[in-house]
Design a protein around this ligand. Structure first.
Ligand SMILES: Nc1ncnc2c1ncn2[C@@H]1O[C@H](COP(=O)(O)OP(=O)(O)OP(=O)(O)O)[C@@H](O)[C@H]1O
Length: 930
């Protein structure tokens, strides 16, 4: 065998070693708190507990649905140097390039988390190592080429060229996607490298965001291509060359635009950045599930260029950079979720050999000989014990899945039976609920825009789409400043940005941006300066009930002693004032003692009435708010109803019918309050939105749909649940609905469990852009009755499903309509707009003024109502905020009146259930009571 043969053998051996699948190496680097964070007294919530695990240690958030510990190939704490990150993590991957293996190192993370800081170091250490290797291998001739591009606003730019025109991407059959005409410099030495790097730094788009003065606004890809050949064969026709490249990819920040407080150009960049990153996330997610089906590499320039690094012929390491600050917890989690997916992705790198024709022929002859010999002596079949082990493993898998299916079916059936009971209870023996649906179908919101079969309502729909204002075409509804003197003045969409992301969304007219914007629009408003809500003896025992005419939210709670007279409800006034105000409406229909309340104005009475619209139940173990309402619909809603008039106890939640107004819509919307359906124009201010905020049939249909739907049954295509996350957590809850309740086995810690679930639900509402009307109804209706557990569970299931669906960029189906994160964001924005219009009707000018002041909104600013509504429900961790938000929304949507109306519509009635069965099903036994 000559030298060529040896060379070939060596290469084949290398190919044999490397041409195998391996998982992407995932490294996590936690940076220390920066000066700004320290100045702001930020807490560092993340800790690397060993070399592979990172822990979230904020015990205050124990109710979170997220896992608190994450494990990766390697994690680096804040005091680790970049050299350590390189040597203990990225080096092996980067260094493969000298052996002819493609490799790539990514940095992924939110702005200011240290991507550029890390990648600059990694690049320099890698090049130093490569140069060192070259120096030590004089027998080979090396060529090192350097190129650098950035992807800025979905355009590819050459960072080594002064020509800023975008470069085209071409598809090459052999090499995949290549960047046309990109400059490639042959590296001479270390100084040359430094020079090129500083050119790139000067050319790269950098901007200032609120979190980073020098924020990289583009994705940067620096590529080193290394070719090497044995010197002795140089120039000969049987020479072979190893050719591979290593890419250093410094991605732009993965944060949401809202978090970085981006606006204008920054926002537009954010849109593009996030489109690329969204596609990257989708690609990684799909790859992590295996390579089945279409992978959408071509959806962004970034993924197109990086295709070989993502599941192709390359070894890849991803360094996820994190900030430990508490204020960045959401982004940190997103980064970790991305990292979790990435660690499941496999690539298949192999040595890339460029052969001369003669060498290739020789190589093929050898390969042929090897295959022929393999055919003659086939490899021994695996032993039967191996087969048996495999079979056993599969059997176990099947058994586990069957168990899960049984469990889910049981839960679904249980929920289904509750729905059927509900349907029976509303006066329909046909549990299919067909009649109910028919009767109310005309009121059913369809696609959030129209009301089916209601021409008068649909005719009032104002179409603002595509309207041309001042040369600018907006797809969004116009804003009228109802608080201004003329009341209907169109506002420039860019003015009055304060506190709303909507204004930012409208500020951009880039088509590209619109869709992505919706994804980015978060609800950034946090600090609303709420006064603390008094909690009853440190416990949350009831529901908030009012907005007072001084603009304060009533801090009263309607509470029920855990034991004692169920009718001895008391409105506990936690105000500091303690003096009754004029306009206080006594809640007479129960034995409620209306203590002096500064909050008890008309609004107060409405919300309290709403609470009171639920029938009192005898459920001694319940800690929740107990409220009463009459057995018959009184034409006078304020009419007192003596408690004995409905002295029928019911151990489930009959009050739920009166209280469960919201449509538990799959889309997260109670009813979509679309501006088009209600307040799109000055003319249409008095439309269906006013009257048709909620419908019971919609709620029932929603419930039924939920119990029949995918929640918990299956996740959307390609969706994965993180460890300890998703549906499993429900199994850990103290489930007291269903059987446990029927058997009277109400657990004593249900109260605690309820609060935990409530917290989770409130957070998930925010994450999933759930309608704030829905949030309000659900929050006010489900107050901790043990029988609420089924509803809590279904809601949790639904929200978890939505969250997962959205996280992976998927859409969920609802009545044939696709719901995605962006569409839910849009719906929520529209709902807020609608509520802001209605606010003018529901609150007097004085009340509005006081609310604005209380919520820190300048009385001179524009779109004050929208600003206020935008703040509502924006701080899920702050229970005071939540309760006050609910009170305001409740007043706007006439929550109280809805309860009464529904009671009248459906003639709710309850009977005492047989003591034995303690059934909590709905009864259609109107005559027994009325
Ligand atoms: N591990 C670290 N140790 C010390 N300082 C760090 C570390 N990581 C980042 N920094 C500092 O934090 C600041 C932000 O870092 P860097 O610019 O690398 O963030 P980035 O993630 O690239 O942000 P962007 O996405 O906005 O470009 C810089 O001043 C950097 O020096």
């Amino acid at each position: 065998m000559g030298a060529v043969g040896e060379e070939l053998m060596k290469l084949e051996k290398m190919q044999g070693i490397n041409a195998r699948e391996e998982k992407i190496l995932v490294l996590v680097r936690l940076r220390p708190l920066n000066e700004k964070e320290i100045m702001m007294n930020e807490a560092a919530d993340w800790e690397c507990i060993n070399d592979t695990s990172i822990l979230y240690r904020n015990t205050l958030r124990e109710g979170s649905t997220f896992p608190s510990a994450y494990t990766f190939d390697r994690v680096f704490r804040g005091d680790c140097s970049t050299r350590q990150v390189y040597e203990e993590g990225a080096r092996e991957i980067a260094f493969s390039v000298v052996s002819g293996i493609n490799s790539s190192i990514f940095a992924y993370g939110q702005t200011s988390s240290g991507k550029t800081y890390t990648m600059n170091g990694i690049l320099e250490y890698s090049v130093a190592d490569i140069f060192d290797y070259i120096r030590r291998h004089e027998e080979r001739a090396f060529i090192v080429k350097f190129s650098a591009i950035e992807i800025y606003n979905e355009a590819v730019r050459d960072l080594l060229s002064t020509d800023t025109s975008p470069l085209r991407l071409l598809d090459d059959q052999e090499r995949g996607t290549i960047v046309e005409k990109v400059t490639e410099e042959t590296l001479r030495d270390w100084n040359h490298l430094r020079e090129l790097i500083s050119i790139c730094e000067a050319q790269r788009r950098i901007g200032e965001t609120s979190l980073n003065e020098k924020s990289s606004r583009s994705h940067q890809i620096i590529k080193l291509t290394i070719e090497s050949s044995a010197r002795e064969f140089l120039g000969k026709d049987n020479s072979t060359t190893l050719a591979a490249s290593v890419s250093f990819i410094d991605l732009a920040g993965s944060e949401r635009a809202a978090q970085a407080l981006s606006a204008g150009a920054r926002l537009k960049e954010g849109c593009h950045i996030n489109r690329s990153l969204l596609t990257l996330g989708t690609v990684i997610r799909k790859l992590s599930k295996g390579r089945n089906g279409h992978i959408n590499y071509r959806d962004s320039k970034l993924t197109r260029i990086l295709q070989p690094c993502l599941g192709g012929n390359a070894r890849t390491a991803i360094i996820c950079t994190l900030s430990p600050a508490r204020s960045h917890v959401e982004q940190t989690r997103n980064t970790l979720l991305f990292a979790c997916c990435a660690k499941e992705v496999t690539t298949k790198a192999q040595v890339n050999v460029v052969m001369s024709d003669k060498a290739l022929v020789k190589h093929l002859q050898k390969e042929l000989a090897r295959l022929e010999s393999e055919l003659r002596t086939p490899a021994p079949v695996s032993s039967s014990s191996e087969y048996a082990a495999l079979l056993k493993k599969k059997d176990l898998q099947i058994e586990k899945m069957a168990k899960e299916i049984r469990e889910l079916t049981k839960q679904r059936d249980l929920a289904q039976s509750r729905v059927e009971d509900l349907l029976r209870m509303v006066g329909n023996d046909d549990v299919s609920g067909k009649d109910i649906k028919t009767s109310y179908s005309k009121l059913q919101a369809r696609d959030g825009l129209e009301y089916e079969g209601s021409p008068s309502e649909t005719s009032s729909v104002a179409d603002f789409r595509g309207r041309d204002i001042g040369g600018k075409s907006f797809n969004n509804p116009q804003y009228y400043d109802g608080d201004s003197d003329d009341g209907k003045r169109f506002l420039d969409s860019q003015s009055g940005q304060s506190g709303t992301t909507t204004a930012l969304a409208m500020a951009e007219d880039s088509d590209d941006c619109k869709e992505v914007q919706c994804i980015e629009m978060g609800e950034s408003v946090r600090d609303n300066g709420l006064s603390p809500l008094a909690i009853n003896n440190g416990e949350f025992r009831g529901i908030p009930f009012t907005v007072s005419n001084d603009g304060n939210i009533g801090h009263g709670l309607i509470s029920t002693p855990v034991s004692g007279n169920r009718e001895a409800h008391q409105i506990q006034n936690n105000s500091t004032n303690g003096q009754p105000e004029q306009g206080l409406h006594e809640v007479r229909r129960t034995n409620v003692h209306s203590t002096s309340s500064p909050y008890s104005n008309d609004a107060c009475s409405k919300v309290t009435a709403d609470v009171s619209s639920s029938r009192s139940l005898q459920l001694p173990r319940s800690w929740s708010c107990r409220t009463n309402f009459p057995t018959e619909l009184s034409p006078d809603r304020g009419e007192a109803t003596p408690p004995h008039a409905f002295d029928k106890s019911f151990p489930g939640r009959p009050e739920g019918l009166g209280r469960k107004l919201p449509q538990l819509d799959f889309t997260g919307g109670l009813v979509r309050l679309d501006s088009q359906s209600s307040i799109g124009s000055a003319r249409s201010t008095k439309t269906s939105a006013d009257e048709d905020i909620t419908r019971l049939d919609a709620f029932v249909a929603g419930l039924k749909k939920m119990t029949n739907s995918e929640y918990g049954k299956e996740l959307p295509e390609g969706q994965v649940l993180e460890d300890g996350q998703g549906l499993d957590f429900l199994k850990n809850t103290n489930y007291v609905g269903g059987e446990a309740l029927q058997n009277g086995l109400v657990t004593s810690d249900w109260k605690e469990e309820f609060q935990r679930q409530q917290r989770m639900i409130i957070e998930l509402w925010q994450t999933c852009n759930v309608s704030i009307v829905h949030r309000t109804y659900f929050f006010l209706l489900f107050q901790g009755d043990p029988a609420d557990s089924i509803y809590m569970e279904v809601e949790l299931r639904r929200l978890t499903f939505l969250k997962q669906t959205f996280y992976y960029g998927n859409s969920a189906m609802d009545d044939g309509r696709k719901v995605s994160f962006s569409s839910s964001t849009r719906d929520l924005r529209r709902e807020r707009e609608t509520l802001s219009k209605l606010m003018q009707k529901r609150f007097s000018e004085d009340e509005r003024k006081r609310l604005f002041q209380k919520w820190g909104i300048s009385l001179n600013s524009k779109r004050r109502r929208l600003q206020l509504i935008s703040q509502l429900w924006s701080d899920p961790k702050n229970m005071n905020h939540v309760t006050e938000s609910a009170a305001i929304v409740a007043k706007i949507v006439k929550f109280a009146e809805q309860g009464q109306a529904l009671k009248g519509n459906f003639g709710l009635s309850f009977i005492t259930p047989p003591q034995k069965s303690r059934s909590f099903s709905w009864r259609n036994n109107r005559t027994s009571l009325l």
